[in-house]
Design a protein around this ligand. Structure first.
Ligand SMILES: *Cc1c(COP(=O)(O)O)cnc(C)c1O
Length: 374
C-alpha cells in the first residue's frame, strides 16, 4: 500500500484566491503594484484593528532588511539578534555590513531571554558601542516575553524589529504579534500559516516609516519626470498577482489558526502524558497560532529515532532551529549564551502541523511516535 507524503506545513488555499488573481489578469494589473496590493495591505491593517500601517513586500527577509535600514543600521553597527531562530532573522543584518550579536533564549517561550538581553546590552555599552537595534522573534508562533523585552528596549532606547514571520494570529493579552515593535515583519512564504507563495510585509504605527519602506522597496525614485535617485533602492515590492492570493488567504486566517491550535491539542492529548515528552505551554495571557507543534524528547538519541521512523514513512518533520551562534556562517560573531537553545536543538522535533492535515494523518504520526519512544 502506498501512503501519501505528509508535509510539515503545506499551503492551504481558502477558495477565493484564484478569483482575485483572475481580477489581476482581467484588469492587466500584472505588476508590482495595483488594487490587490492595496486591498491586501488594507486587510492586514484591518486584522490589526488599524493600529499599524502595512507595506506588502516580496519576502519576510526583504522586510527585515528594510526595517533595519529604516532604523538607521549601517556598516560596522552592532545589532542584537535572537540566536534561536531561522537564519533569515540574522542574514539581513550582514547585508548592511553590520554585526549580529546573538542572545540565547529563556525556557518559558523559547525566545530571547530578557535577562541575557539586558546583560548583553550593558556589556556592549561598557565596551563603548551601544547596539543599534534588537531583532526579537516569536518562534513557532509563541510570542516572546513582550513586556520584559520592550522594557529593556525602552530603558536603553534601542528599537525592536519584531520578527513575526511565524506568528501572524498570535497575541499577548489580546495585543497581536507584529504590533509590539517599532517595526514588525510578516512572512507569506509557502510553509507559513498563510501564504502568497512568497511574500512578506512590514508593519509600523508610523505612516512615515511605511512610506519610506515603499519608497526604498520601489528603487528609491525621487519625484522628478526622469529617474532621479538620492538613495540606494531595492526591488522589494509585492506583485499584484501574489497579493491576490494574500487577499483570499486573509479571509481564512482565523480559521487556519483554529485548526493549527487543534493540531497542537491533538498531539498534546495523545503524547502529553508520556514521561519525558514535553510541549511548549502558553504562559498566562499568551496566545500562540501554533504554527508548528514541537515536542522535546528525553535525549538526542530518542529524538533521532522518532525522526528517522517518521522519515521512512514519508512524514516530514525536522529538528528545531539550530541556533545561529552555532552556525558555521555566524561563528565569527559574538554571542551571549546560556545553553537553552543548544539543548532545544538537540532534543526537539517539529511535527507536521499544516491546517490541511487529516485526522488519519495525525493518528498515523502519533502511533509512530508512540512506537519509537525507547
Ligand atoms: C520565514 C521566516 C523569515 C523569512 O521570511 P521569508 O518570507 O521566507 O523571507 C524570517 N524569520 C523567521 C523567523 C521565519 O520563520
Amino acid at each position: 500500500m502506498t501512503k501519501t507524503k505528509i508535509w510539515l506545513s503545506s499551503p492551504h488555499m481558502g477558495g477565493t484566491e484564484q478569483q482575485y488573481v483572475k481580477e489581476a489578469f482581467d484588469t492587466n494589473w500584472v505588476a508590482p503594484l495595483g488594487p490587490n496590493v492595496n486591498a491586501f495591505e488594507a486587510s492586514i491593517s484591518d486584522f490589526y484593528d488599524n493600529e499599524v500601517h502595512t507595506a506588502a513586500l516580496s519576502s519576510g527577509t526583504a522586510s527585515i532588511h528594510l526595517a533595519l535600514k529604516l532604523l538607521g543600521v549601517s556598516r560596522d553597527d552592532d545589532v542584537i539578534c535572537q540566536s534561536f531562530t531561522f537564519s533569515a532573522s540574522a542574514n539581513p543584518i550582514t547585508y548592511l555590513g553590520a554585526n549580529p550579536i546573538f542572545v540565547d533564549s529563556e525556557k518559558d517561550t523559547w525566545n530571547i531571554s530578557p535577562e541575557l538581553l539586558e546583560r548583553a546590552v550593558l556589556d556592549r555599552m561598557k565596551k563603548g558601542k551601544k547596539p543599534k537595534a534588537i531583532v526579537a522573534v516569536h518562534l513557532y508562533g509563541m510570542p516572546y516575553k513582550t513586556r520584559e523585552i520592550h522594557e529593556v528596549s525602552k530603558r536603553y532606547e534601542i528599537p525592536v524589529v519584531e520578527d513575526s514571520a511565524e506568528a501572524l494570529g498570535s497575541s499577548v493579552n489580546g495585543k497581536k504579534c507584529g504590533s509590539f515593535g517599532k517595526i514588525g515583519i510578516l512572512s507569506f512564504n509557502g510553509n507559513k500559516i498563510i501564504t502568497t507563495s512568497g511574500g512578506g510585509a512590514l508593519l509600523t504605527k508610523d505612516n512615515n516609516i511605511k512610506k519610506k519602506a515603499v519608497f526604498l522597496a520601489t528603487q528609491a525614485r525621487d519625484s522628478a519626470p526622469h529617474y532621479e535617485h538620492t538613495s540606494v533602492g531595492h526591488n522589494y515590492r509585492m506583485s499584484n498577482v501574489l497579493a491576490g492570493i494574500g487577499r483570499g488567504q486573509m479571509e481564512v486566517l482565523t480559521e487556519r489558526v483554529k485548526v493549527r491550535r487543534a493540531n497542537y491539542s491533538f498531539y498534546k492529548e495523545r503524547l502529553g502524558h508520556i514521561e519525558g515528552i514535553d510541549f511548549l505551554e502558553e504562559p498566562k495571557g499568551y496566545y500562540s497560532n501554533r504554527w508548528l507543534t514541537c515536542i522535546i524528547t528525553p535525549s538526542f538519541e530518542i529524538r533521532e529515532k522518532i525522526r528517522l521512523a517518521l522519515q521512512i514513512e514519508d512524514i516530514e518533520c525536522r529538528p528545531l532551529w539550530k541556533p545561529m551562534h552555532e552556525q558555521p556562517v555566524f561563528q565569527c560573531f559574538e554571542s551571549y549564551t546560556n545553553g537553552t537553545s543548544s539543548d532545544l536543538f538537540k532534543r526537539g522535533l517539529c511535527l507536521p502541523s499544516g491546517s490541511n492535515l487529516l485526522e488519519e494523518d495525525l493518528n498515523r504520526i502519533t502511533s509512530l511516535i508512540l512506537n519509537n519512544l525507547s
